[in-house]
Ligand binder design. Structure first.
Ligand SMILES: *[C@@H]1O[C@H](CO)[C@@H](O)[C@H](O)[C@H]1NC(C)=O
Ligand SMILES: *[C@@H]1O[C@H](CO)[C@@H](O)[C@H](O)[C@H]1NC(C)=O
Ligand SMILES: *[C@@H]1O[C@H](CO)[C@@H](O)[C@H](O)[C@H]1NC(C)=O
Ligand SMILES: *[C@@H]1O[C@H](CO)[C@@H](O)[C@H](O)[C@H]1NC(C)=O
Length: 504
């Protein structure tokens, strides 16, 4: 009897220790995340954010069409020698060692620790999170499917290793997040192909949802649910801006990530930091509004880069392009990141870089001919990407991704994607607001220098205003529902705690 009582007491003791440890864990996490958020808030003034500083950092969120900006804008504005070496090699990356003025990378905000912060202007492009997830899925499949020319996985991986060592360029397979997503998807595609050899595949007739053809490719809903997607895709834009991706330079990033995973109610700190970073950007583009975004870019960033370069060259510095420069982006295996233009009817352009993108900067470049050059460049890119994509997706036929086919994805899957990306949804709304302000500012200062026939005219303010108001209403609604949720959770937790106390 005494024995049982002692055992009982021991169990109670263990329970208490565990419980208090859980509490400690939360308060430990909270104080750590809060401390990080505080130190990340920064106290830079926003007043001069619209002035281009010496250094430009393009924070390239994957699948936002940033590759187009890189190839069709930045490559035309900056000489190869102006571009910092890519930071895929973290250990060696130090832009201060070179005379570079431009860094375009998938690295997250934490790379700022390597940059002269006060002299750096930052730009980025954001995209509707649902489309970004779709696009990430489609692109992972597309790049992985290119390997299906090989008889087996061993031969495919061997081949890509050989390609890598032979070329000194950077391949998609070296770049975060593709260096994880593509090999994962590649293995999956080979497994499914092998399985098809041994089983009778049902015949596909009529309209089938290509996002759910498990015989041929990992279904979208499986993809979205995989730990891999949780680790690097969902809320990816927010984490990238916060500098907390799993590719972060920040030493405490893994700890903070673990805490946020364990205590999701701490994630608002991450969102606030990300929003604050957006507030300080020189420029924000929106993938959906790509024409307006390009116009604003040319007028707000392009024009300033051009005058900066002119000033530098009048100082006698070498700003003309050096064609033999070392920074051209060669993608031996797959040519970079293709985008889902055309076949999905997206407004976005590719992330693909054909080898011809290392064009020289034109001494006489103006904002007008920058826009012209951009248009020509994007249409070339679009064509080559469409071709690559079609060829690649043929290997997983009959599955074929397109914008129309996306409509066949059940609402439950879409809802799940929304839920898993709620921070990014919020961030995107914030970006839309800032985008509006940018456009207004540009109109106020009398830009763009647009002749009446200018086809890149700024979009009609009214429709945008309407959308903006709509999202404001939505915001209020979501605020109310979030509050209700918190109250509900609070009540739930207290009652639960009370109950468990009674039990003890
Ligand atoms: C994979 O394919 C290569 C090339 O055809 C072949 O030499 C090798 O034996 C295959 N390996 C396996 C495990 O089937
Ligand atoms: C990032 O995530 C991938 C995929 O889960 C994983 O393989 C990799 O080790 C992670 N990297 C770090 C630095 O944690
Ligand atoms: C161009 O780059 C090459 C190789 O990096 C270098 O040897 C040469 O001096 C550079 N030329 C100019 C004009 O900067
Ligand atoms: C740039 O403009 C100058 C003077 O307007 C002209 O002489 C020169 O040929 C132009 N250069 C190019 C590359 O168009």
């Amino acid at each position: 009897m005494a024995k049982t009582r002692r055992l009982g007491m021991l169990l109670v003791l263990i329970f208490l220790v565990l419980a208090s440890k859980g509490e400690d864990d939360f308060s430990y996490c909270e104080s750590m995340v809060r401390k990080w958020a505080k130190s990340s808030a920064g106290n830079r003034n926003k007043a001069d954010k619209l002035t281009l500083k010496d250094f430009l950092f393009f924070l390239h969120v994957p699948r936002t069409g940033g590759r187009t900006y890189y190839s069709c804008f930045l490559k035309k504005l900056y000489a190869n020698t102006d571009e910092c070496p890519r930071s895929y090699d973290k250990l060696r990356f130090d832009p201060r060692e070179t005379n570079c003025r431009l860094l375009a990378t998938h690295d997250d905000y934490s790379v700022m620790s390597k940059l002269p912060k006060d002299k750096t202007s930052m730009i980025t492009i954001l995209r509707n999170p649902i489309d970004r997830v779709f696009s990430t899925y489609e692109f992972s499949v597309e790049v992985a499917a290119r390997f299906l020319v090989h008889p087996n996985l061993t031969s495919a991986t061997q081949m890509s290793k050989n390609m890598k060592s032979r070329s000194r360029g950077v391949s998609t397979l070296d770049i975060w997040p593709w260096k994880y997503l593509v090999p994962w998807m590649r293995e999956d595609l080979f497994t499914r192909r092998d399985a098809r050899k041994h089983t009778e595949v049902r015949s596909i007739k009529g309209k089938q949802n290509p996002y759910d053809m498990h015989e041929f490719v990992m279904p979208l809903h499986t993809f979205v649910d995989d730990p891999m997607a949780h680790e690097i895709i969902h809320n990816g834009a927010t984490f990238q801006l916060a500098g907390l991706t799993n590719n972060s330079f920040l030493t405490e990033a893994p700890k903070i990530r673990r805490c946020i995973r364990r205590h999701p109610n701490l994630d608002h700190y991450v969102l606030e930091v990300a929003k604050g970073r957006l507030d300080h950007m020189l420029y924000i583009g929106l993938t959906e509004d790509h024409k307006e975004s390009a116009t604003i870019f040319a007028n707000m960033v392009g024009s300033q880069v051009l005058s900066q370069s002119a000033a530098l060259s009048s100082l006698g510095e070498e700003v003309t392009s050096n064609k033999t420069g070392t920074n051209s982006f060669q993608d031996p295996e797959d040519g970079g990141e293709n985008q889902d233009q055309r076949s999905t009817g997206d407004n976005t352009l590719g992330e693909d870089a054909p080898s011809s993108d290392a064009e020289t900067t034109d001494e006489n470049m103006t904002v007008e001919n920058l826009m012209e050059a951009y248009e020509t460049c994007t249409s070339t890119l679009r064509k080559s990407q469409y071709k690559r994509r079609t060829i690649s997706l043929r290997k997983i036929a009959p599955a074929y991704f397109s914008k129309e086919a996306r409509l066949q994805v059940p609402q439950t899957v879409i809802q799940k994607m929304l839920l898993l990306n709620s921070l990014d949804v919020d961030l995107y709304k914030h970006a839309q607001q800032l985008f509006m302000e940018q456009a207004k500012h540009l109109m106020q200062i009398g830009q763009p220098k647009s002749e009446p026939q200018n086809k890149y005219r700024l979009f009609e303010m009214e429709t945008q205003e309407a959308r903006y108001n709509l999202s404001m209403t939505w915001k209020v609604l979501s605020l109310i529902s979030t509050t209700l949720l918190f109250v509900f959770v609070g009540v739930f937790v207290t009652t639960k705690r009370r109950n468990s106390k009674i039990k003890v």
